[in-house]
Design a protein around this ligand. Structure first.
Ligand code: B1M
Length: 226
């Protein structure tokens, strides 16, 4: 039964059927499947299928749009529960997230935001196509410890580097840990542009954000012993 319903969820995303994706997600939750299992084994793989079809000319932009809407419809079913879990968790820290300028892919970034919220982070999601200066301004305004930058295109990855440079120029680089992610991004890219962290997926992003926060705490503790 679990495998069947996950396969149906996958197919509803591939076919771009938002209502069906939402109904099946509700059904899967009712059958006791964990939200993350539904996302990682049902909704997300459907997007990969559509992406592969797009790469080889078997799917087109409207298919990507519809698949995206279907995945988001499923995520909307799970989001309230995931957020409630975050309210029960102890406050982990503050994070600003967004998809960089020139890039309108929002689903992975939103998933990272939901997962961080579910783990007790206060998340300020700036949305998609976010100008470099908006990230800098939000870090100043919120004093967030974590800045999460998403980029899904090889052409927009470079904007992540520009944001790291802009933080330095604005004199706020030392107060925030920068984490980068998105399909074309890698740990070696993160190192090359001077980011502090990288994660491959939303679950990894939570672990990485916590690791970066722990680094800040131990640095503060060491400084207070000087
Ligand atoms: Co676009 N698109 N798209 N697209 N799209 C990709 C990314 C692509 C790989 C498809 C392909 O060719 N196979 C390709 C990029 C190629 C490249 O540059 N390497 C591509 C292209 C080319 C384009 C356009 C240029 C197409 C065109 O117009 N000719 C165009 C660009 C528009 C723009 O941004 N300026 C475009 C447009 C779109 C739509 C708007 C139609 C739609 C997005 C809808 C929306 O977001 N509301 C879309 C979609 C749906 C996709 C695919 C099919 C799916 C993306 C997705 O949502 N995946 C994608 C192919 C694919 O990824 N298989 C594709 C599900 C999501 C949960 O995963 O976003 O990878 P993902 O996020 C993951 C991880 O990457 C990671 O965790 C997330 C959750 O596990 N992660 C982070 C993401 N951000 C992170 C941040 C972190 C840490 C981890 O820390 C801060």
């Amino acid at each position: 039964m679990p495998d069947d319903i996950l396969a149906l969820i996958n197919a509803s995303v591939v076919d771009g059927k938002a209502q069906e994706a939402a109904d099946l997600t509700r059904q899967a939750r009712g059958a006791g499947l964990e939200p993350l299992v539904i996302i990682e084994q049902g909704l997300r793989p459907g997007m990969d299928v559509v992406g592969e079809r797009f790469s080889c000319g078997e799917a087109f932009i409207p298919h990507l749009v519809l698949a995206g809407r279907a995945m988001q419809a499923g995520m909307r079913v799970l989001e309230p529960e995931l957020k409630r879990r975050g309210e029960g968790a102890s406050r982990a820290g503050t994070a600003v997230i967004g998809t960089v300028k020139g890039d309108i892919h929002e689903i992975g970034k939103s998933l990272v935001g939901i997962m961080l919220t579910a783990s007790g982070f206060e998340v300020h999601d700036l949305g998609v196509d976010v100008p470099v200066e908006a990230f800098v301004a939000k870090i100043r305004e919120t004093n967030a410890q974590i800045l999460g930058l998403s980029a899904l295109l090889t052409t927009t990855m470079v904007v992540q580097r520009r944001i790291v440079e802009a933080l330095t120029a604005a004199g706020v680089r030392g107060q925030v840990q920068v984490m980068v992610g998105g399909a074309p991004v890698s740990r070696s890219w993160a190192e090359e542009i001077g980011a502090d962290g990288y994660a491959e997926d939303a679950r990894g992003a939570v672990q990485e954000a916590k690791r970066l926060l722990a680094g800040i705490s131990s640095a503060n503790a060491a400084a207070s012993h000087l």
